[in-house]
Each structure stands twice: as C-alpha cells, then as structure tokens.
Design a protein around this ligand. Structure first.
Ligand code: SF4
Length: 432
C-alpha cells in the first residue's frame, strides 16, 4: 500500500483520540540535532471540529485484536486497515517537521497481535527518532495497557508525554463494551508511570544531569456517554487520578456513535454539551479548590446542561454569597461565578491600593456578566434582580432555549450567540 494511502487511513483513525494537548516540556535542540520542544507547548490550537492540531497525529496501525464496541477499529468492523513500519513513521515525522507542517508527533496504536508486539514497535519508532535522527521535537506516545513495564519504561525516557487511555469510567462499562480490557491492566502502568515521573523529578532536583522521564506528564482520555456512568462518577475518577496518579490532564471525549450495537446508547449526535461541562468542572477541580462532592452529589449526579458548574454550585449555595470584593479572601473570590484565576489575582492586587467599585472592576478587565449577581462592591449589590435563586437563574440561563445545536469547542467558528462562545471558551482557557 502507498504511504499516502496509509497516512489517510491512520490519521483518520487517530482523530477519535483527544488526549493530545501538550505543555510543559522544556527540552532544547542540541548541536547537530533537529527541533525543540518549547516550554509553552506546541499543541494549543484546535481544529475546526475541536481536535488539536500541529502534531502529526497518527496510529501506528488500526489492525486490532480487541473488539471494543464503541471503537471504529474493533476487530469486527469491516474497514480499510493499514500499518506503518517504524521507519515510515520516522520519515514522515522528519519530513513534515522540516517542511514546517508540524511541531511534533502524537503516536498511538490499536493492539496489533498483542500488547507487547505493539509496544515494541512504538518503542522502536521513538528510539529511531530520538537516537538515530536526533529529533528533539515534541513526542506524545500512547502506552499500551498490558505491555511489559520494561518497554513502557524505556519509551518513557524518550518521549515528552505518555498517556494510557482509561476510555470507560467504570469496570462495569469495560465489562460491557470492552470485555478484553481489564481495569487493572490500565491502572497499573498509569501508577508506575506516575511514580517514575515523581522519582525522576526528585532526582533532577538533586542533579541536573539526572535523566528525565515523561517530562510533560501523563494524561488519559475518558469517553463520555457510551455508558450510563454519571458525571459525579466521572469527576470523582478524575479527582482520584489527579491526586493519586500524578496526572497532568484528563481529557473528555463525547462518544461519537460509530455502531448500532445494542449495548450502546442510540443517539443522534455526540453529547458535546456534557463534554463541555465536564471540562469546566475539571478546571474547578484543578485550579479553584473544588471537590467533586461539592459540585455534584448522589441526589444530583449530573451537571446542569444550561448552567456552568460554578454558577450551578453558587446558586445551590447562595447563603455563601454575595461576597464583598474588597474584603473576601482570594479563595472565596475564586469561587464567584465568572471570576477566573486571572481576575481574582487582579482584584487582590488592585484592592491593595484602594477600595474597588463596580466600575473599577470593569476597568481592570473583570468580566461581570455572571459575577455581578454574587458580589458586592463597597457594600453595594449590582445584580439588578432580587438576590434569589430563581431570579438569578433566570438571568443566567439564556432565554432563547431554541438554542442551535451545541458545537464542539472551537476558537475559529463564529458563535451562534455570545453566551455560548464565552461558555465554550471557558472550557479551553479555564477562566470560569
Ligand atoms: S483496543 Fe483500542 S483500538 Fe482496539 S478496539 Fe479497543 S479501543 Fe479500539
């Protein structure tokens, strides 16, 4: 098969994996080498359909011995198959890099023959790139669950980021939709990668010459909507991954209906709005000091689709508001809907010099569209509606419920209306 034909098949097969955003890698080019991985990361752009761009994002192969019901590459699906050799991936990467098409490589794979065979080929590929070609660009590699730890560990010394995809949030879900996968074979390498990252970063503090291991951290992907798992279950899992597995990011991917199998939910389109709410909640867990149990509960296990999770939480806890911006602690201000990390910091700095009015907040760039209902400035409330849950909710939820289909996160497309754009952007920027 022609290389171009393979590229068409294997780049298309990789588009369902969204765990490819990069950040935090610092390796510089070396003399005689090629490329570098900048601190700011290289994958901060998003394609029209919400997937990130600027990495060569491919599968090594879409031949798979597994039969996960939610996946296009499942063995029972009749579709064109292809496999790259390690040399072909290396040539493509170097050529695309030289032509300035890409800044790095995102390499994943289906399970070809068995996990060890697949991981060996992935390892060969990154070794050739780093050692033979002296390629210093960004590499994000998938670790194959069930493969020998020695193979994964060696690959970890060569790449910037690694991810082991959990895909389904519960063991029941795995049993139902991916019966050949085991939770333990997924969690074990994640745990080992997490501890190896910690160990190496400790060693690097003692000696700058200590080798690095997955310097940009590990990530994973969860598929949303293929199983009946609630948002509470999903964010509790994410919370656990951030705290105990040292994960850099959890990515959420709305289930794309690719099969009519009776074990799968029948839906007309991917649950993108739910995906958006989970991304917003994820920011709240990582940067705003929220716990999963505060955002949702067993009685209320799913996010409100028309309200962002922070506003929803605030409305359920109205007794904590309004907060006086001139007196409240940073952590309290951070919990005000619409005031993100940047704005909260600006407020803390600005109020050192004088007491802040509503107009002062506008001048320093604090967006008050939602915040105005939850704050006072010099003791005055600017909400323009009674300080009551229903009244505020009516103003926060757009009246035009004839809202067009919610589109996947994109920085390029025109918004259907302002609220939707701000809402979608907060999932990307984390300013919520
Ligand atoms: S192992 Fe991966 S590629 Fe293979 S069917 Fe399952 S999800 Fe798809």
């Amino acid at each position: 098969m022609e290389l171009l034909e393979k590229l068409k098949i294997l780049a298309d097969a990789a588009k369902y994996d969204v765990s490819c955003s990069s950040s935090g890698s610092r390796r510089k080019n070396t003399k005689g080498g090629i490329g570098n991985a900048a601190t700011s990361g290289i994958c901060h752009s998003w394609s029209q359909d919400g997937r990130c761009i600027s990495l060569l994002k491919i599968l090594l192969t879409n031949y798979c011995v597994f039969n996960c019901a939610y996946c296009v590459n499942r063995v029972s699906n009749d579709l064109p198959r292809a496999a790259f050799t390690p040399d072909e991936v290396v040539d493509l990467t170097i050529n695309f890099y030289r032509r300035n098409y890409i800044e790095g490589l995102f390499l994943s794979s289906a399970i070809w023959q068995n996990p060890n065979h697949t991981m060996e080929l992935l390892l060969q590929t990154v070794k050739k790139l780093r050692v033979e070609q002296r390629f210093n660009g960004y590499i994000h590699l998938k670790a194959i669950p069930g493969a020998d730890w020695r193979l994964i560990a060696e690959a970890g010394t060569l790449v910037d980021r690694m991810s082991v995809n959990i895909e389904l949030p519960s063991s029941e879900g795995l049993k139902l939709l991916a019966p050949q996968k085991r939770k333990e074979t997924i969690m074990k390498p994640m745990g080992l990668i997490g501890s190896q990252i910690l160990e190496c970063s400790e060693e690097q503090k003692r000696s700058r010459k200590a080798p690095s291991f997955v310097p940009a951290g590990q990530s994973t992907q969860l598929i949303i909507g293929a199983t009946p798992d609630t948002d509470l279950k999903i964010i509790q899992l994410s919370e656990n991954l951030y705290h105990h597995f040292n994960l850099k990011r959890v990515y959420y991917s709305a289930y794309v209906p690719v099969s009519n199998a009776p074990v799968l939910p029948q839906m007309a389109s991917p649950p993108l709005k739910r995906e958006n709410r989970l991304y917003q909640a994820d920011w709240l867990l990582r940067y705003y000091g929220f716990k999963a149990q505060e955002l949702l509960s067993n009685d209320n296990p799913n996010f409100h689709l028309d309200l962002d999770p922070k506003s929803d939480w605030a409305l359920r806890n109205l007794h904590l508001f309004p907060v006086e911006v001139n007196k409240a602690d940073y952590n309290v201000i951070l919990r005000v809907p619409g005031i993100g990390v940047k704005s909260a910091k600006k407020i803390i700095i600005a109020r050192k010099f004088h007491s802040l009015s509503f107009e002062d907040l506008q001048k320093i760039g604090v967006v008050l569209k939602r915040a105005r209902y939850f704050i006072t400035c010099k003791g005055r409330y600017y909400g323009a509606v009674p300080f009551k849950e229903e009244a505020i909710k009516n103003h926060l939820i757009p009246a035009h419920k004839k809202e067009p289909a919610y589109t996947q996160l994109s920085l390029f497309s025109e918004p259907a209306f302002g609220y939707q754009l701000a809402d979608a952007q907060s999932s990307i920027t984390g300013e919520i």
